[in-house]
Design a protein around this ligand. Structure first.
Ligand code: SF4
Ligand code: SF4
Ligand code: FES
Length: 316
C-alpha cells in the first residue's frame, strides 16, 4: 500500500434510540492511512447517514469526548486510526459501540451525569491556604512534588477507564478509576489544605478496587489510575477514622507481606486467617467443606529456597 492508497472498510455501528432500542447499521467507506475513527464517522454522517449520532470535538485527544468501543476495546476515536485496527485484527470489518457502563442516549452518545457526580465528589480543585488567597504568601511547589502530581493531572475526563472497570459497576461506593486519579492528584499536593477531608472521601473507596488493571490498559494518557489508588491506600496508616473495609485491606496487605517474608509465596490459608479473623474463617471453612473447596485452602506451601534473596528484593 502506498502512502495515499485507499482501502475499503465496513464499519458496523451499534445504534440506539429510546423508542427502537438497539440495532446494528453497516457503512462502507474508503479510508487512507491518516483516517481516524472520528473522521470516518464524520464522513458517514455527512455523506451517507445524517441520523448517526456521536460526540467529538478536538480531534486531537484533548477534550475527552469521543470515547467508544472499537472492536470491543475502549478507545478514543480521534486517537485511533482505522487502518491500524484493520491491521491489528487482520479484518476490514470493524465494530463500533457506545462505551460500557454509561447509559446510552442516542447511538454512540452516552449520559455523563453519573461520571461527573463521582468526579465532583472528590472536590477536583486545589483548596489554597488563607494567606495565599489573601495575597500574603505564595504557592510554591518543589520540582519533585510537581513530578509526582504531573501524571495524574493529565486526565482528560474521557471515561474510558470507568467504562472498563468491573468494580464501578457493582459497587456504588467505589468512586472509580478516573475520580481516584484526580483525587490523588490533590491528596498528594502539598499546597492543598483539606487533606483530612480528602482522606475521608478517598481511602475507603480505594480499598474497593479489585486491582484488575483494566484502567491501566485503556487510558489514552497513560495515567495509571490503579497506581493513584495504590498510592492513596498508603495514606491509610495516617488516617484515624478508618472504615471496616480499609482496616481489612490493611490487614490483608500485612498478611501478604508476612507470608512472602516467611515462605517467599502467598500462603492462602494464613493470609485469609489474618485478614478475616478466626470467627469468619471458621464460617468460611464450613462453606468450603460443603462445596469441596477445603482441600485448596489447606494446601501447605513449602518455603522457596534462598528465602534471603526474596527478603533482599523486598528490602527486609
Ligand atoms: S484496577 Fe481497580 S480501578 Fe482499575 S479497572 Fe480494575 S477495579 Fe477498576
Ligand atoms: S484516567 Fe485516563 S482513561 Fe480515565 S478518564 Fe482520565 S484520561 Fe480517561
Ligand atoms: S475528539 Fe477530543 S478527545 Fe477525541
Amino acid at each position: 500500500m502506498t502512502q495515499s492508497q485507499e482501502e475499503e472498510v465496513i464499519l458496523k455501528v451499534k445504534r440506539f434510540n429510546p423508542e427502537k432500542g438497539y440495532w446494528w447499521a453497516e457503512y462502507k467507506l474508503k479510508v487512507d492511512r491518516f483516517t481516524q475513527f472520528t473522521e470516518a464517522l464524520r464522513r458517514i454522517k455527512s455523506e451517507q447517514d445524517p441520523t448517526l449520532s456521536y460526540r467529538a470535538s478536538c480531534h486531537m485527544a484533548v477534550c475527552g469526548s469521543c470515547g467508544m468501543k472499537i472492536n470491543g476495546e475502549p478507545r478514543l476515536a480521534c486517537k485511533t486510526l482505522v487502518l491500524d485496527v484493520v491491521k491489528k485484527y487482520n479484518n476490514n470489518v470493524i465494530t463500533i459501540e457506545p462505551m460500557d457502563y454509561f447509559k446510552p442516549i442516542k447511538d454512540l452518545i452516552v449520559d455523563w451525569d453519573e461520571f461527573y457526580e463521582r468526579m465532583f465528589k472528590i472536590k477536583p480543585r486545589l483548596y489554597q491556604a488563607k494567606e495565599v488567597l489573601e495575597g500574603k504568601a505564595e504557592h510554591r511547589l518543589k520540582p519533585e512534588d510537581q513530578r509526582e502530581l504531573w501524571k495524574f493531572a493529565q486526565c482528560i475526563w474521557c471515561g474510558l477507564c470507568v467504562s472498563a472497570c468491573p468494580a464501578v459497576v457493582i459497587d456504588q461506593q467505589f468512586l472509580g478509576p478516573a475520580a481516584h486519579a484526580k483525587g490523588y492528584r490533590f491528596l498528594a499536593d502539598p499546597r492543598d489544605t483539606i487533606t483530612e477531608e480528602r482522606m475521608k472521601i478517598l481511602i475507603d473507596s480505594s480499598w474497593r478496587c479489585t486491582y484488575c488493571y483494566q484502567c491501566f490498559n485503556v487510558c489514552p494518557r497513560d495515567i495509571e489510575p490503579v497506581t493513584a489508588i495504590k498510592k492513596t491506600r498508603s495514606f491509610t496508616k495516617t488516617y484515624k477514622d478508618k472504615s471496616e473495609i480499609a482496616e481489612r485491606g490493611e490487614k490483608h496487605v500485612e498478611a501478604i507481606h508476612e507470608s512472602i517474608l516467611k515462605t517467599g509465596k502467598l500462603a492462602e490459608a494464613p493470609v485469609y486467617l489474618k485478614t478475616y479473623g478466626v470467627l469468619q474463617s471458621l464460617v468460611d471453612l464450613v462453606y468450603m467443606s460443603k462445596t469441596g473447596k477445603l482441600k485448596y485452602a489447606l494446601v501447605q506451601e513449602r518455603p522457596v529456597q534462598n528465602i534471603n534473596e526474596i527478603k533482599k528484593i523486598i528490602g527486609e
